[in-house]
Design a binder for this molecule. Structure first.
Ligand SMILES: [Cu+2]
Length: 380
């Protein structure tokens, strides 16, 4: 009887998780609740199939200066004949439906704004995360998570750590290679007592770290407090979530810079002698979108909205995210700006009461002028 109860509980858990339509991960009941406590949640392994792919990334899919900011640094010339698009060859993380890596998993509409970021990896404290990783690029890359618990065979970072042999297989996944990363989510990976119900972490490639990130290999992780998550891992007390990476991509530090420079022809090669070359190739983006190209972040008045904020690793990645129109709470304090240092992570909660389309931008002058601007909309 106990065995039957256990099997039924496991099936119930699978059905429950299967009903989470927005869930992008495959879920498994790794252990059944004890017969003595049928309401106890089974531990869950959340499986993701993620590849590093080379793409031509368009920082401006809708065109230039979509936010309509005066004096933004728009096209390369001001005649109106300049390029409508800013495109660089890059490498990004993308999610697939299964281990054959034949079919890209469609990104849910809720997460279209993630842009250049890899797929959202979610967990509730107590879960495990299994990432089957395929490297489809011509580079050596890895996946290195922040905040989660991992052993030396799943850290995804190459350095002299006293290990050898197969324990280092995660440290450098060669072109065409596959590696399965197993990470766990103990209490110390989730919200602390003073945190809100979920916390942001990130993952990124950590072979040549700075170059890997400037090439585009970065993505988000969200961990929800135990007992406070829906089946899909999202926090129960939140109506809507957004993840924004205040990300400068230094295209001169990308693995593909020479190729990108070559494509732009003689003009850019001549600029190689120009001390301003790097500045001209710093992309002041939010999620890889500049000049208001991030999809309009839409919510309803009165909803409990959670904003997860992060930043990239360049020395210029010192940001001040600012919302027009509404305020947020962050670290239990009221504000309308949240500061980020390089690789910083923050969660801010908003209950919008002001309807309309509002600017959401970096308040550092250089970054604002460079196009680190988006907009959000509050509907009735
Ligand atoms: Cu900034």
């Amino acid at each position: 009887m106990r065995r039957l109860t256990t099997v039924l509980a496991a099936i119930a858990v699978l059905l429950l998780h299967g009903s989470g339509a927005a869930r992008s991960a495959e879920l498994h009941a790794a252990a059944a609740p004890s017969a003595g406590n049928p309401s106890a949640k089974a531990s869950v392994v959340r499986t993701y199939y993620i590849a590093a792919n080379e793409v031509n990334w368009d920082y401006t899919p809708q065109g230039r200066n979509i936010a309509g900011i005066p004096h933004v640094e728009t096209a390369e010339d001001d005649t109106g004949k300049g390029s409508r698009h800013v495109i660089y060859h890059k490498a990004i993380y993308q999610e697939y439906t299964d281990a054959t890596f034949q079919k890209l998993k469609p990104r849910p509409q809720q997460w279209e704004h993630l842009g250049i970021l890899g797929p959202l990896i979610r967990a509730e404290v107590g879960d495990s995360i299994r990432v089957v990783f395929r490297n489809n690029t011509h580079l050596s890359v890895t996946m290195h998570p922040h905040g989660l618990a991992y052993t030396k065979d799943a850290e995804g970072a190459l350095y002299n750590d006293g290990t050898a042999g197969s324990v280092k297989a995660d440290d450098r996944v060669p072109p065409g290679g596959t590696f399965t990363y197993i990470w766990s989510v103990p209490e110390r990976s989730g919200p602390a007592a003073m945190d809100v119900s979920s916390v942001l972490w990130m993952y990124h490639s950590h072979f040549v770290e700075s170059t890997d990130m400037n090439t585009g290999l970065v993505g988000p992780i969200v961990v929800t407090r135990k007992g406070e998550a829906r089946a899909d891992g999202s926090p129960k007390d939140v109506d809507r979530e957004f993840i924004t990476d205040y990300s400068i991509f230094d295209e001169t530090d990308s693995w593909f810079f020479e190729g990108n420079a070559g494509k732009k022809g003689r003009e850019l090669r001549l600029k190689a002698l120009n001390p301003l070359l790097r500045e001209q190739n710093l992309m002041y983006s939010i999620n890889g979108y500049i000049e208001g190209n991030i999809p309009l972040l839409t919510m309803r008045r009165g909803e409990h909205v959670r904003w997860y904020l992060m930043s990239n690793s360049n020395e210029e990645d010192v940001h001040m995210a600012h919302w027009h129109g509404n305020s947020v709470t962050w670290n239990s304090m009221r504000t309308d700006t949240v500061g980020l240092l390089p690789m910083g992570m923050a969660s801010a909660d908003m209950v919008p009461d002001a309807e309309g389309i509002w600017l959401f931008h970096c308040h550092v002058n250089d970054h604002y002028a460079g196009g680190m601007v988006g907009r959000y909309q509050v509907l009735p």
